[in-house]
Design a protein around this ligand. Structure first.
Ligand code: PMP
Length: 291
């Protein structure tokens, strides 16, 4: 099937989709993005993702490319045109196309919007869920506004490549004091000896994950205690359970951190329960299927 991309107002064949060489996203990583999962044709948490996109734009004094309603029309159209039942919609907004100059372009320059959609087989989303995945740790070398979802992902790419080279699924980034910040593209969690969920508090050093927020809400409903605080690599290695969350991996159990096995080396019951609750949440609370 031929894929379709959306580029600045046009639906075009994916293989022909291109942006201008002076797009500021390309030249300066002067852009922000969002990824919305599609599960059984439902958009997962589209509202909160678009809220976060608005916030990222605001924090960088960028204009919105179109209204929320118009953006939802394009997202749905992309899901339909690409016949996505399970997969993702990727959207990226840059500050636009202008002659190369570090300072912002004049006001009349419009932000650029591109969108892609792709199918990801459910089996791939669930890859590693059965057995759990391994993570490695690496120094967090990113900037001081990791709460903004910018396309400046080079440190994240380096971290993910370290994981790949080590045949691990993810790299957990570690701050100067030895505390885990987050994964290269996921939030990091542990379950402590008393069964409390622990994940780093929000701040400028991590992305406020949408999946993180939904999992907190679902855990609250089940009266599972949550402590939003930093944890060290050693604490994570000795934890009962560990797992990661993101729009693309949902809830994925972690069974090894560097060379240490977590728990009994198998996915833990809390992670498994949260994954099931999240699945149920998608089916029951994420609106009607797009197609
Ligand atoms: N942290 C980082 C650095 C990420 O790139 C992502 C994925 N966008 C996440 C956390 C998870 O966020 P979400 O649950 O919104 O996908």
């Amino acid at each position: 099937m031929s894929r379709i991309a959306y580029v600045n107002g046009r639906y075009v064949p994916h293989q022909d989709a291109a942006v201008h060489i002076e797009d500021r996203g390309y030249q300066f990583a002067d852009g922000v993005y969002e990824v919305v999962a599609v599960a059984d044709s439902r958009l997962v948490d589209a509202g909160p993702h678009l809220d976060r996109l608005d916030r990222s734009l605001r924090e960088l004094s960028m204009k919105s490319p179109m209204s929320r309603a118009a953006l939802m029309v394009v997202i749905r159209e992309m899901v339909r045109r690409n016949k996505v039942r399970n997969g993702i919609v990727y959207m990226q907004v840059s500050r636009g196309v202008a002659p190369r100059d570090h300072a912002f372009p004049p006001d009349h320059v419009k932000p650029a919007l591109v969108m892609t959609a792709k199918s990801v087989p459910p089996a791939k989303v669930a890859a590693g869920v059965g057995q759990g995945v391994r993570v490695v740790t690496t120094a967090d070398i990113r900037w001081q506004r990791c709460d903004i979802k910018t396309v400046a992902l080079l440190p994240n790419c380096l971290a993910k490549q370290e994981a790949k080279t080590a045949e691990a699924f993810e790299a957990w980034q570690v701050d100067g004091e030895g505390f885990v910040t987050e994964g290269s593209s996921t939030n990091a969690w542990i379950v402590d000896a008393d069964g409390n969920l622990v994940t780093r508090h929000l701040g400028e050093d991590i992305l406020p994950g949408i999946t993180r927020k939904t999992i907190i809400d679902l855990a609250n409903r089940k009266d599972i205690a949550i402590h939003e605080r930093p944890f060290t690599v050693a604490e994570a290695q000795e934890a009962k359970e560990a797992f990661i969350t993101s729009a693309t991996s949902f809830v994925t159990p972690v069974i090894q951190i560097d060379d240490r096995t977590v728990g009994n080396g198998h996915p833990g019951s809390v992670a498994s329960e949260l994954r099931a609750l999240y699945r149920q949440y998608i089916d029951e609370e994420c609106g009607d299927p797009v197609h």
